[in-house]
Design a protein around this ligand. Structure first.
Ligand SMILES: NC(=O)c1ccc[n+]([C@@H]2O[C@H](COP(=O)([O-])OP(=O)(O)OC[C@H]3O[C@@H](n4cnc5c(N)ncnc54)[C@H](OP(=O)(O)O)[C@@H]3O)[C@@H](O)[C@H]2O)c1
Length: 327
C-alpha cells in the first residue's frame, strides 16, 4: 500500500489555507498526514525556526498559503511590512523545503502581480510587461519574487534534486473564512455585511460607490482549493507541456466576470434584503474590468464548479454562523 504524502499547509487558519485542508480531507487524505502550525507556534519570517521546523517534520509536500494580506488601506499604510514579511516567509519556506528534500511545493500568489493596464482577460504572459498598480506594488513585487523563487529552484535543482515547485495566481476569492471587517474587506464580504445589517435595521436603501458598471471576477474559495490540489498533483510531463521554465505560474479564476451592480443584486437577494440599491455616481469606479484568462488551467483539466448564486448562499450561511452571531 502506498503511503500518503506528509503535507504541510502553511497558513491553515487563513481563508485559503483552511479551504486547502478541507479539500485534502475531502479527497481522503488522512488528517494525521497533514502538518500545520499556527502563526504563534511558527513565525515564518524567522529563518532559524523555519529551518528547525522543516528539519524536524520533513514534509513531502508544501502548500504555501501563509502571507500578510490586506486591502488598499493596509497596503498603503504598511508597505514595508507587506514587502518584508512576504519576501521573508516565501524565501524561508521555499529554501527550507529545498534543504530538507521537499520535491513538491505550491506557492499562492495573486492577480495583483499583473500590470495595472494589462490587456483583459489577463494572460500569464502579461507578467512583467508594465508598471504595477502603485497601491499594492510592494505586495505584488513580493508575490512576483515568490514565482521567480519557485522557477529558479526548479531550474537549478530540478534535474539534480527532483525539485518541482509550482505557482497559482487566484482571482478575487470569497466564501467560508472570509474577512468581514467593516473597513478592510473585499467587495463580496463587505456587501454581505452591509446588506445583512441593512436587513436587520430595516434600512430603506443601500448605497454603493460608483456606477455599478465595473466588471469583476469572483471565485469560491473551495474551488480555489480544488484547483490548488489539482495543480499540485498534475503529472509533471503534462504540467511541463503547458508551462515554461520562466513562465510557469497558472491563473485560477472563475472564467467569467459580473458587474458590481449584478453582484450587489445577487447578494441583496441572497441576504433577503427588501430595500432599494442605489449608486453614488460621484464616487470613483476603479478599473473598468479585471478578469483572468484561465485557458492554461482549463487546458490542464480544471474548471470552476461553484456558481455565484450557490457560492453566495454558502458564504452567507458562513457569515451568519461564524461572524454575525459573534459580533
Ligand atoms: N482572499 C483573497 O481574495 C485572495 C485573492 C487572491 C490571492 N490570495 C492569496 O491567497 C493566500 C492566502 O490568503 P488568505 O486570503 O487565505 O489570507 P488570510 O486569511 O489572511 O490567511 C493568511 C494566513 O497566513 C498566516 N500568516 C501570516 N503571517 C504569518 C507569519 N509570519 N507566520 C506564520 N503564519 C503567518 C496567517 O496567520 P495569522 O492570521 O495568525 O497571522 C493566516 O493564517 C495569499 O497568498 C493571498 O495573496 C487571496
Amino acid at each position: 500500500m502506498t503511503q500518503h504524502p506528509k503535507i504541510y499547509v502553511a497558513g491553515h487558519r487563513g481563508m485559503v489555507g483552511s479551504a486547502i485542508v478541507r479539500q485534502l480531507l475531502a479527497q481522503g487524505h488522512p488528517a494525521e498526514r497533514i502538518v500545520t502550525r499556527t502563526h504563534a507556534e511558527l513565525d515564518l519570517t524567522n529563518q532559524a525556526v523555519v529551518n528547525a521546523f522543516f528539519a524536524e517534520e520533513k514534509p513531502d509536500q508544501v502548500y504555501l498559503a501563509a502571507a500578510k494580506v490586506g486591502g488598499i488601506h493596509a497596503n498603503n499604510t504598511y508597505p514595508a511590512e507587506f514587502i518584508y514579511q512576504n519576501l521573508m516567509m516565501q524565501a524561508n519556506v521555499i529554501n527550507a523545503a529545498f534543504r530538507n528534500g521537499v520535491q513538491k511545493l505550491l506557492f499562492l500568489g495573486s492577480s495583483c502581480i499583473y500590470p495595472k493596464l494589462a490587456p483583459q482577460p489577463m494572460r500569464e504572459d502579461a507578467l512583467l510587461t508594465g508598471p504595477l498598480e502603485p497601491t499594492n506594488e510592494p505586495y505584488a513585487v513580493a508575490k512576483i519574487a515568490g514565482i521567480k523563487l519557485c522557477e529558479s529552484y526548479n531550474r537549478q535543482y530540478g534535474q539534480s534534486h527532483g525539485v518541482d515547485y509550482r505557482s497559482v495566481m487566484p482571482t478575487n476569492l470569497y466564501g467560508p473564512g472570509d474577512n468581514y471587517h467593516p473597513e478592510n474587506s473585499h467587495v463580496i464580504p463587505a456587501l454581505i455585511r452591509r446588506f445583512h445589517e441593512a436587513k436587520v435595521s430595516q434600512a430603506p436603501s443601500v448605497t454603493i460607490w460608483g456606477t455599478g458598471t465595473p466588471r469583476r471576477e469572483f471565485l469560491y474559495v473551495d474551488d480555489m482549493a480544488g484547483a490548488s490540489v489539482h495543480v499540485m498533483n498534475l503529472d509533471k510531463a503534462i504540467y511541463d507541456q503547458h508551462t515554461q521554465p520562466m513562465l510557469s505560474h497558472i491563473n485560477v479564476g472563475y472564467g467569467e466576470d459580473v458587474t458590481i451592480r449584478e453582484v450587489a443584486q445577487a447578494i441583496s437577494k441572497t441576504v433577503g434584503y427588501q430595500g432599494e440599491i442605489t449608486f453614488d455616481t460621484t464616487k470613483p469606479d476603479g478599473t473598468p474590468r479585471k478578469l483572468m484568462d484561465t485557458s492554461r488551467l482549463n487546458a490542464l483539466g480544471w474548471k470552476a464548479q461553484m456558481g455565484l448564486e450557490a457560492g453566495l448562499h454558502a458564504a452567507y450561511q458562513d457569515f451568519l454562523i461564524n461572524y454575525a452571531s459573534k459580533n
